[in-house]
Design a protein around this ligand. Structure first.
Ligand SMILES: O=C(O)COP(=O)(O)O
Ligand SMILES: [Mg+2]
Length: 230
């Protein structure tokens, strides 16, 4: 029997799965770097560092130029500047990946309950989902700082399962990175991955998942073809 057979809900990742947010990160990070007298960096460099939340991102970005002690000495100032820049442009440069809305609508029409779990701070996430018209699909949204631990820890996924009153085997996680897959494996949730996002420079084929789907709409079709519950 397919691991998707009993699925009743889906947990969808945000950056790299629903939205191409690298252009937003690019503007915010280079705004922060300019304040610290650092040269701009490229979108390609940033895409390798996104996925493990803001603290990790800022440490990685500063670590391109500075040793660990200097990074820590400037961390608070850099984080403050980064958040200020990000919130001032949040969503203005980011775009939906193909068939995201169609995929969410199809999942919902199939009777699945939907949650968004991202490592992005919740203060960035809530206005971004609203701006892009995606907030209406989600009953539950957790950011990277909503709970004591973020992905790849299983806690956010386990929390959604508890919120929905479902077993982990009934809740599929869909994401673009090994963080999503590791969190899902640790929680006992089935997991599907998309190949177009940001996987720390690694091929998605090297990530342990229950399937790779080209779009969220394809995820919806796959789940529909495998579920035994109507
Ligand atoms: O902001 C990040 O670090 C990545 O966020 P994600 O979990 O939505 O991919
Ligand atoms: Mg992601």
């Amino acid at each position: 029997m397919s691991v998707l057979a009993g699925v009743r809900a889906a947990i969808i990742d945000l950056d790299g799965t629903m939205l191409d947010t690298i252009p937003d990160f690019h503007v915010a990070i280079n705004g922060m770097r300019a304040e610290l007298d650092l040269q701009p960096i490229s979108q390609q460099q940033i895409a390798l560092m996104v996925g493990k939340g803001s603290e990790n991102l800022i440490r990685s970005v500063l670590g391109l130029d500075w040793d660990a002690d200097r990074v820590e000495a400037h961390f608070a100032q850099a984080m403050d500047a980064y958040q200020r820049h990000y919130l001032s442009i949040n969503g203005q440069y980011s775009t939906l990946f193909p068939q995201v809305e169609q995929g969410l609508a199809a999942l919902q029409a199939q009777g699945l309950r939907l949650a968004c779990v991202t490592n992005k701070p919740i203060s960035f996430t809530t206005p971004l989902l609203k701006l892009k018209g995606l907030d209406r699909y989600f009953e539950v949204v957790y950011g990277g700082d909503s709970l004591p631990r973020k992905k790849p820890d299983p806690l956010p996924l386990q929390t959604v399962c508890a919120d929905f009153g479902l077993q982990p085997s009934q809740v599929v996680a869909i994401g673009d990175s090994s963080n999503d897959a590791q969190a899902a494996r640790a929680a006992g949730c089935p997991v599907l991955t998309v190949p177009y996002g940001y996987n720390h420079g690694e091929s998605i084929h090297d990530t342990d998942s229950d399937g790779i789907v080209d779009t969220l709409l394809e995820a919806a079709s796959l789940i529909r073809s495998q579920t035994t519950i109507s």
